[in-house]
Design a protein around this ligand. Structure first.
Ligand SMILES: Nc1ncnc2c1ncn2[C@@H]1O[C@H](COP(=O)(O)OP(=O)(O)OP(=O)(O)O)[C@@H](O)[C@H]1O
Length: 517
């Protein structure tokens, strides 16, 4: 007899549950974006001190713009609306392409294309949600790479961002070799503001490094990007939440899971079901308030990032907090001045050991003649977290393994107050002319600051997608199931990212011709 429910049905049911919980949580937890926009307009009109006729005209204007924005939000954006020009980056997620809207009226975008199949098999769903949510939360920020729109189709997720024409900071560093202290001061100061901005949004970046993660704008300023490893402590960004939803339903309904041949041989399938913990919501408690209470207790513990830049507390798998990003900044500062990091090594393992024994490897070459302030800044960032600059707010975490808060938005204040930055005007830094400004560009699609091997690549760049999807052995046994795995993957690709779509309000999208067709 056919079972009443198949694993595919359960997949669809858990996707629906996840969608509803995340949707209503967002709706109930914070004011709607629309009411925030209204409030911002109210504030502005008040500040301008307009008379009643002028204020009424402003409101008419606001309403017209709002209607237009809502109309744009309803326009379904697709990748075929973009004319792909070049590939400018490639990573484990897929690739980043430089693209212009088909209608050619607008500017160009860097479109990050993330293959759902590979990512879902690698269990990256929570990270991808965190990346998108942080980019959305960074709306209007001066220091975070601007997201113009996010959308999806059955195969991919797309993040259309402003194109950072100056390339990434590592490219700049390679070209210049080492930087003088004076020039380093400008870039390190901008990095402080970039990281501070991420912390203000209650995220830890966890992968602060010059390669990929600081991009240079047309005016030569920095913006922070690549939030693939960002951590917010929120249950909707935690893979355990997704596993519990799916395996919880399997356990409740007792639908059998076969797994692949290895699972069958080792008896993993049954063990997987038995070991699934299904949380019981206390009687009378509402599901979302319970999730928000218990989910907040989850702490950053996973070892993620790049060893050379990774703080020792992360490498040691201790519960860590946002101070780990300040350690990475210390390592970058060292690299800017010396051309290599103190923890450079032939292999990842050697780097790991060096970080664990960091004090033996933190040698500041005296022939570099660093100023006392510069040396002090490096030493007060590359040190154990208890002594690290920016620690005061976090001291409460040092007493026990249970962190009371994983990120404090004011951690950067101490860093900004360090004597090395005494001459920095933090309020006007963004208006200062940077030591280097991208130049000699032919037009807004120029890729001279990007690696030749990417920009000369054929624009499709997806030759290996199919084979990559096939090669990955899925982390989640449901996706490995010999009989239903493929079907479940297809259902997950369709349903796992509901609510991913976003369109930046204001004139940015429209002015760039994003919706002008
Ligand atoms: N908005 C942008 N403008 C210009 N270039 C960009 C932009 N976003 C990303 N890139 C380029 O694409 C590259 C890869 O993007 P990204 O950093 O987001 O991937 P990644 O997650 O670091 O990849 P992986 O970690 O798997 O190596 C970057 O190094 C950068 O050169």
């Amino acid at each position: 007899m056919e079972p009443l429910l198949s694993l595919r049905d359960l997949e669809i049911a858990s996707n629906a549950k996840i969608y509803l919980e995340t949707y209503f949580n967002k709706m109930l937890a914070s004011p709607s974006p629309r009411s925030l926009r209204r409030r911002a307009a109210e504030r502005l009109i008040k500040e301008l001190g307009l008379g009643s006729t002028e204020a009424a005209r402003c409101w008419d204007d606001w309403r017209a713009k709002e209607t237009e924005y809502l109309r744009r939000c309803r326009t379904r954006l697709q990748i075929r609306d973009f004319n792909v020009l070049k590939i400018i980056g490639k990573g484990s997620f897929g690739c980043v392409k430089l693209a212009r809207m088909e209608n050619r009226k607008g500017g160009v975008f860097a479109v990050k294309i993330i293959q759902k199949g590979v990512q879902l098999k690698n269990g990256q769903e929570a990270h991808l949600r965190a990346e998108r949510d942080l980019l959305v939360a960074g709306e209007g920020s001066r220091w975070i790479v601007p997201l113009i729109a996010s959308f999806q189709d059955d195969e991919n997720l797309y993040l259309a961002m402003e194109y950072m024409i100056g390339g990434d900071f590592l490219g700049f560093l390679i070209e210049k070799g080492v930087l003088s202290e004076e020039i380093a001061r400008f870039y390190v100061a901008e990095m402080v503001l970039c990281i501070e901005e991420v912390h203000k949004l209650s995220f830890i970046h966890r992968d602060v490094k010059p390669e990929d993660n600081f991009c240079i704008t047309a005016s030569g300023h920095l913006k922070i990007c690549d939030f693939g490893l960002a951590f917010s402590g929120h249950w909707a960004h935690d893979s355990a939440y997704f596993e519990e939803q799916r395996w919880g339903l399997v356990k409740k309904t007792q639908v059998s899971v076969g797994g692949d041949t290895i699972d069958k041989r080792t008896g993993n399938a049954l063990a997987g079901v038995l070991s699934t913990k299904v949380s019981t919501i206390p009687h009378g408690e509402r599901v979302l308030s319970w999730r928000n209470k218990s989910g907040r207790r989850r702490m950053a513990r996973s070892v993620v990032g790049t060893y050379q830049y990774m703080a020792p507390e992360v490498v040691r798998e201790q519960a860590y907090d946002a101070r780990c990003d300040w350690w990475s900044l210390g390592v970058i500062t060292y690299e800017i001045l010396f051309g290599y990091t103190p923890f450079d090594a032939e292999s990842r393992e050697e780097s790991r050991i060096k970080v664990l024994n960091w004090s033996e490897h933190l040698a500041l070459d005296p022939t570099a003649h660093l100023s006392q302030q510069m040396e002090s800044l490096i030493r007060s960032l590359i040190c154990e977290k208890e002594a690290r600059l920016g620690s005061t707010a976090y001291r409460v975490n040092d007493a026990s393994d249970h962190l009371s808060n994983y990120v404090y938005s004011n951690g950067a204040e101490e860093i900004r107050a360090h004597p090395f930055f005494a001459t920095v005007n933090w309020r006007t830094l963004h208006m200062q002319i940077p030591p280097f400004v991208p130049n000699g560009l032919l037009d807004d699609t120029d890729t001279k600051y990007f690696t030749e091997s990417f920009s000369s690549r054929n624009v499709s760049g997806e030759s290996s997608v199919e084979s990559e999807v096939l090669q990955v052995r899925a982390k989640d046994m449901l996706l490995r199931d010999k009989e239903y795995g493929e079907e479940i993957l297809e259902a997950r690709k369709k349903g796992a990212f509901l609510g991913y779509t976003y369109v930046r309000p204001g004139d940015a999208g429209a002015a760039k011709g994003l919706f002008a067709h």
